[in-house]
Design a protein. Sequence first.
Length: 398
Amino acid sequence: MIDVAEHLAAVLEAARPLPAESHDVAAARGRVLRHPVRAAVDVPAFDSSAMDGFALRFADVTAVPATFRVVADLPAGTDLDPTLDTAEAARIMTGAPVPTDATAVVPFEDTERGLAGGLDPVTVVAAPRAPGAHIRRRGSDVSAGDLVVDAGVRLTAAWIGAIAASGVGTVSVSRTARVAVVSTGSELVSPGAPMRRGQIPESNSVLLAGLAEESGAEIVLRTSVPDEGDGPRRAIAAAEEAGADVVVFSGGVSAGAYEVVKNTLGDLMRFDRVRMQPGKPQGFGVTPRGTLLFGLPGNPVSAAVSFELFVRPALRALEGDAEVGRTSTRVALAGGWRARPEKTQYVPVSLDRTDPAAWVARPTERGPRGLGAADGLAVLPPRESDVAPDELVTVALW
């Protein structure tokens, strides 16, 4: 057997970043940046008011109350820059340019009548704390040329908002990975179809296609092939015709007599036993055109865990994502667990967050329903002694 890390290293070595493409920043959420983004403008682009109130000269309001003549009204978006003489102020709204002569902004709450007086004289009853009070200086957030987001970051709504605010309209991002999912087995029938003795609903392609889409990939083919014939090779040809970057097989990779993937693709894929439970039998290879081939076990939970450990990191690496793994945390494992000295165990768990300071991980029931209820995987490395009840373990969060 080989270690999980060894198998993953071979996968990531083959997962070369996909071509980059230019996208409008508004359409780039979920994509991975391929080049750093630097600010095109200062943020703020000018000295602006941080409050609704009155712009004035700080030296004129060292003693309060102090009354000022209001000489201008400055809404956001104005280009006016009124001159302010002694005891003169401009009514100003949040985000509006601060007059060049002003050295502070007094919030309307610190005046006698607030904003209700319009351009009538205003009386300040509480002095600003210092020169520059409530003024956001030009470039105080970001200066033109500053790094906004580095390459390798998957763009969230907050990141694309920051990029747009810095004056950048287009970004270079990775193309979406294209995935084909192929289930194997002569016993498979479509979900909901009539079944005879010995047949089962085909669910792995639905499961794995969903996991791939949740990882940001595009599904270009989803199909099943029987245990006889050259179905896997024909599926690869169809996948590559559809533009697939990755083909994921489930089933047909173990040691039985009808392991169709292993029996037909030995020239393209290597088949290993990996020190993990579930999911020991694994296949991986690359076609002459560079398409990544994954052979996962047929058991749905084993297939899902294998996808999580190997396929998902590969999809993220194809996009140039700087973070290919999951966020993990240390959590008490309720009830403990039986140790396995020869392999790492990946246990689907639900998280009890009743006490925010002390989460508890509870193993879910076996089978697909338990997988659906899981919040992550408890990772239990090889060890001789069993995991004690409420012992802290690492949980990779889904």
